[in-house]
Each structure stands twice: as structure tokens, then as C-alpha cells.
Design a protein around this ligand. Structure first.
Ligand code: C2E
Ligand code: MG
Ligand code: MG
Length: 590
């Protein structure tokens, strides 16, 4: 039988075992006088003493040796096997030489010779009590260290480490119940906490986190659930012992509702939302790592779906993540394996029906997936940084192709290359462009770079410096998908831009939607007053072309004129006035 050490009380207790009634009474009285706060247990023999030890686990045992039923040596041996740290003081006559032999190896702390001299007895007891005090102190320090290592100092909540241990235990328990009890992990991230922290400062941020911790605790079952802080504005909650997913959902909803009230921090009333991902044992994972990872994934989905909501994990999220990872690996290899190629789509000058230039559009021919459209991989390439080497490859190929057309004696036109915001931010973009132009021997005026308004929301100084360097090289610069971003007109005026490309979303319904028509015509008018070229994208139908034409939009691009084509098929398009028959014959444009 193990003695539960945790049962030890803080007050010191002593068990005194003596069969002689008078001696027992006398020593007990002396002890009570000397140690008024001592809890004293008295026993008449070894077996009684052992029972009292098991029951109360006293700190010090003071015992006579020669007793009926069970003697002191035997009792000491038993006690020591139950608790090797037990402190035992033996009372013995000097003549009892057997004691000294018998006690070898038991681990007696002290012995006091009979007849008992109180001074010697107190010295032995004091020594034992001192060592207990020391041990308690150490235990307390241990406890403090444990608290520090397992708790978040700001909120006092369990930290990631303790949470993992508790989850591990809860899982072991749930598994023992043959899966008839479930548990849930709720992964919670505050919405827009960073904004509050950045604008109101860390003190307010910290106070808010503390208040959030309290509110979360209030939404959970006090004695069963664990609310922990993972770091930053991430919290994680363990709901053990649940029967249905509904219970977990209820807690999540309760939290969302609780967060709909503002937090009063100093003089501020702060609204902060929470996005929560839920994973359930055993459906969504059988081990800690999987459950946490899946709840995290579900939390991201909750954010994507518009924040301030909860989302249950489902297997398709895992599949999507796996697919994404596979795609990322594929993408990395694609460049080395030469799986990319470029198509070219003409931009038409509707004044005379001739080509202004060609926009290079990247395509990915994957051996198994087939043709992957740029919308499916440009984003991923941006996120992974692969767009930088890919973008350089695109630029080099487009420039080399244009140079090859010129060398073959075709009419010289511009080739337009799209630059993603990420590429635009790379510090040596202008240098890279200059090098590529040098290598391919293409004159800068035959290259056009398409950037989006997205580049303007970053550091405007750096953006304009880079644009200026490119423009000084003689490269043509256009703003792609114009009208969908945030660019302010004053910037456009200051930046060295040559062309605005009206986003196709305004062109799609230009003949039926008056708002779209108004925006498109406003862009055309503005471009004219700023002396910029304008190209309408996504022109598919004659009516769209006619509308734009009547509003004096000179450049157009779209399926109405031509789909993007392989390099080998563009030669006929370069014939003068190739599209003459497709544009209005009466020259209304000047
Ligand atoms: P974007 O630069 O605005 O390119 C125009 C997109 O509209 C192209 O799609 C083109 O095929 C499509 N398009 C052209 N005419 C029409 C039309 O009449 N109707 C419709 N519905 N669509 C039309 P694509 O090739 O799928 O490219 C999509 C986007 O991917 C591009 O939009 C561009 O942002 C990006 N992208 C394509 N190639 C590259 C590239 O080489 N580098 C970078 N960074 N991005 C690229
Ligand atoms: Mg473009
Ligand atoms: Mg566009």
C-alpha cells in the first residue's frame, strides 16, 4: 500500500508509541508543553502505531522498542517500507544491544537512551522538525517553479505545456471509456487584437487579454474544463467528458455571445471578436497533436468565413491542406522541369484595328493535372515566394520571344508582362529587369510592365522610386485591373504611369449595368485628362466594344478580338489592321 504524501497537513504531527501507560502519559504531557502546536497521536503497541501511521501519516514517529504484539523495530520496518522518508526516533535502553544490531538497515533517524533525558529527546525531535521545515520549503519552491513553468504569467491561465499534459490525461481517460465519452478542443483566436495592441499600446493589450481570460473562464464549467493561453492572442480550451458535438458548439456559441459585449479597459470600450475552431475526440483525431492541429485548421476556416464565428473541423479541410502542400511541391519542381509556358493575347487599337502589343500570360502544363490556370497557382507562388524566380523566367521568356519576332522581321510591338505585388517588392527588381533586357537585347520601349494598385498601399516612397527607375530605363508601365484597388488619384498623377487597364469586372455588364458603365466612362475620361492610355480588358461582345468605342476608349483586349494564343500563332495578327472589319467603320474617334 502506498501512503499518499499529498495527505500531509501543514501542521506538524507526531506519533508516540509506548506500551507503559505511565511513561506514555508523562512523555505526552511534556511534549504538549514543549510543542503546543503539535498534533499528537498515541499508541500502545507496534500494530496500533502502524495503523495510526497509515491513517494520519505523522511527520515524526517516536517509539519504544519492547512492546507486546508488534515491537518497535518491526513497526519501524513496516513504516519505512510504506514511506522511506518517515522520521523515526527510537527510545532504547543502553543495555539493549540487540536494538543496535536489529536497527541496522532500517533507517532510524535518531535514538534516545533510557532513562529519557528531556534535553536529548527535544534535540532529536527538533532535528526531525527542522528537516521537515526544510523539506516543506523546498516543496513549496518546487510548487512555485511548477506554477511558473506551467502557467501564463499575464493571465494566470495554464500555458501550452500544461494544456498538452491535461489533454493527454483527458484522452487517456476518454480512451479507457471505450470511446463512449468524447472530448472537445476549442482553438480560439481574437479578431483584430493586433490593431488594438498597436494603436492603444501594450498595457491596454495586456489588460484586454486578462479580461478575455476571465470571460472565457466564465463560459466554461469551472471544475472540469481547462482554458489555457497558447501565446499572443491565441487561447485553447479543453472540454472533457462531453456526449455530443452539440455541447462543444454550445460553449463556442456562448463564447461568441459573451464577446458581443464590449470590454471596458481603462477609459476604452473595446469590441473584440473571437474565431473558434472545434475538433472532437474521437472523430477528428485520437492524439493531442492531431486534435490541436485540426482545431487550429478549423479556426482558420472560421476566420476565412468572416471571423467572429466558430467552425467545426471536417476531414475535407485536411484534404485541402494536403492538396495545397502537394500543389506547392509540384510548383517548386515545375520550374526545373520546364512545365511553364506563355500565351500571348493581343491588345488592339480600335482606331485602326491594329495590334498595340501582346500581354504574356503564364500557363502551367502539369503532367497529371493538365493545364493549370494562373488563378490556381499565382497566389500560391506569391505566398511561397516562388513567384520571384518564376516571374524572372516569365520576363526573360517574354522579352526573348518579342526579340525573336522582331528578328524575324515582324512589326515591332510591345510585350506586356504582369508583375505580382510580391515581385514588385523585391529590392532589385529594376536591376533584374535591366539585366534581362540586356541579355535578350530587347529595347526597353518594347517592354511593358503591368502592376496592380495593390503595390500602392505599401510604402509609397519605395514604390515610386522603383517605378521611376523602371520608367527611366524606358520601360512602359501600366496599371492592371484598374478600379478594383485603393489607389488614390493623386498618386496616379505623381507616378510615371503610361496606361490604365480597366478591370474586366466593369466591362462584363457595361451595356446593362449603369454603375459599371459610369465607372468605366469615368476611368476613360480621367485617363484622357491625365494623358494616359486606356485599355479595356475582357471585351467579349460587339456591344461592349461599341459602347467603349463610343466613349473613346482606344485600347481593348478580350476574347472578342482574340483569346490568348501560343507564340507560334500570333504572326497573322501582326498584319496591318487585322481587326479592321470588327470595329465600327465610321471613324467616330479622334
Ligand atoms: P490579368 O493580368 O488581368 O490578365 C487578363 C486575364 O483575363 C487573363 O486570364 C486572360 O486570359 C483573361 N481574359 C482576357 N480576355 C478575356 C475575356 O474577354 N473574357 C474573360 N472572361 N477573360 C479574359 P488568365 O490568363 O487566366 O490570367 C489571370 C490572371 O493571372 C491575370 O490577370 C494576372 O493577374 C495573373 N497572371 C497571368 N499571367 C501572369 C504572369 O505571367 N505573371 C503574374 N505575376 N501574373 C499573371
Ligand atoms: Mg494583366
Ligand atoms: Mg487585368
Amino acid at each position: 500500500m502506498e501512503v499518499d504524501v499529498k495527505k500531509k497537513k501543514n501542521a506538524v504531527s507526531l506519533l508516540y508509541v509506548e506500551n507503559d501507560r505511565t511513561t506514555r502519559h508523562m512523555i505526552a504531557t511534556i511534549l504538549k508543553q514543549k510543542y503546543p502546536r503539535l498534533t499528537l497521536y498515541l499508541a500502545e503497541n507496534g500494530s496500533q502505531g502502524l495503523n495510526l501511521f497509515i491513517e494520519h501519516h505523522p511527520d515524526v514517529i517516536l517509539t519504544d522498542i519492547l512492546m507486546p504484539e508488534m515491537d518497535g523495530i518491526q513497526m519501524a520496518r513496516e513504516i519505512k517500507t510504506l514511506d522511506s522518508s518517515a522520521r523515526i526516533i527510537m527510545l532504547t535502553a543502553a543495555s539493549n544491544t540487540d536494538f543496535f544490531i536489529d536497527s541496522i538497515g532500517i533507517g532510524i533517524s535518531h535514538y534516545v537512551l533510557k532513562p529519557i533525558m528531556t534535553g536529548k529527546l527535544f534535540a532529536a525531535i527538533d532535528h526531525c522538525l527542522d528537516s521537515i521545515g526544510l523539506e516543506r520549503q523546498l516543496r513549496q519552491q518546487d510548487e512555485e517553479i511548477r506554477i511558473m513553468a506551467y502557467h501564463d504569467p499575464l493571465t494566470g491561465l495554464p500555458n501550452r505545456l500544461l494544456f498538452n499534459e491535461l489533454l493527454y490525461l483527458a484522452l487517456a481517460l476518454a480512451q479507457r471509456h471505450d470511446h463512449d465519452r468524447g472530448l472537445a478542443v476549442l482553438f480560439l483566436d481574437l479578431d483584430r487584437f493586433k490593431v488594438i495592441n498597436d494603436t492603444l499600446g501594450h498595457t491596454v493589450g495586456d489588460q484586454l487579454l486578462q479580461a478575455v481570460a476571465e470571460r472565457l473562464k466564465a463560459c466554461c464549467r469551472r471544475d472540469r474544463d481547462t482554458v489555457a493561453r497558447r501565446g499572443g492572442d491565441e487561447f485553447i480550451i479543453l472540454l472533457p467528458d462531453i456526449d455530443t458535438t452539440r455541447e462543444a458548439v454550445n460553449v463556442a456559441q456562448k463564447i461568441i455571445d459573451a464577446f458581443s459585449h464590449p470590454f471596458a479597459i481603462s477609459e476604452h470600450e473595446l469590441f473584440v471578436g473571437a474565431s473558434i475552431g472545434i475538433s472532437i475526440f474521437p472523430d477528428d483525431g485520437a492524439d493531442c497533436e492531431t486534435l490541436i492541429r485540426n482545431s487550429d485548421m478549423a479556426m482558420y476556416r472560421a476566420k476565412e468565413q468572416g471571423r467572429n464565428r466558430y467552425c467545426l473541423f471536417n476531414q475535407s479541410m485536411n484534404d485541402e491542406a494536403a492538396q495545397r502542400l502537394a500543389m506547392e511541391n509540384n510548383l517548386r519542381r515545375a520550374l526545373q522541369r520546364g512545365e511553364f509556358f506563355l500565351d500571348y493575347q493581343p491588345e488592339v487599337n480600335v482606331k485602326n484595328g491594329s495590334v498595340i502589343g501582346f500581354e504574356a500570360l503564364v500557363r502551367w502544363q502539369h503532367p497529371e493535372l493538365g493545364l493549370v490556370p494562373p488563378k490556381k497557382f499565382i497566389c500560391l507562388a506569391e505566398e511561397t515566394g516562388l513567384i520571384v524566380p518564376l516571374g524572372e523566367w516569365i520576363l526573360r521568356n517574354a522579352c526573348a520571344q518579342n526579340k525573336a519576332w522582331q528578328d524575324a522581321g515582324l512589326t515591332s510591338v510591345r510585350v506586356a508582362v504582369n508583375l505580382s505585388p510580391r515581385e514588385f517588392q523585391s529590392i532589385n527588381l529594376a536591376e533584374m529587369v535591366e539585366n534581362v533586357l540586356g541579355e535578350t537585347k530587347l529595347e526597353p520601349r518594347w517592354l511593358e510592365l503591368e502592376v496592380t494598385e495593390g503595390i500602392m498601399i505599401h510604402d509609397i516612397e519605395t514604390t515610386s522610386r522603383t517605378l521611376r527607375r523602371l520608367s527611366n530605363l524606358g520601360v512602359h508601365i501600366s496599371i492592371d485591373d484598374f478600379g478594383t484597388g485603393y489607389s488614390s488619384l493623386s498618386y496616379i498623377k505623381k507616378l510615371p504611369i503610361n496606361t490604365l487597364k480597366i478591370d474586366q469586372s466593369f466591362v462584363n455588364d457595361i451595356t446593362t449595368n449603369s454603375d459599371d458603365a459610369a465607372i468605366a466612362t469615368a476611368i476613360i475620361t480621367m485617363a484622357q485628362s491625365l494623358r494616359l492610355n486606356v485599355v479595356a480588358e475582357g471585351v467579349e461582345a460587339k456591344e461592349q466594344m461599341k459602347f467603349l468605342y463610343s466613349h473613346k476608349c482606344q485600347g481593348m483586349q478580350g476574347y472578342y478580338f482574340s483569346r490568348p494564343l501560343p507564340a507560334g500563332e500570333i504572326q497573322p495578327l501582326l498584319r496591318e489592321s487585322h481587326w479592321k472589319d470588327m470595329i465600327p467603320q465610321r471613324a467616330t474617334m479622334h
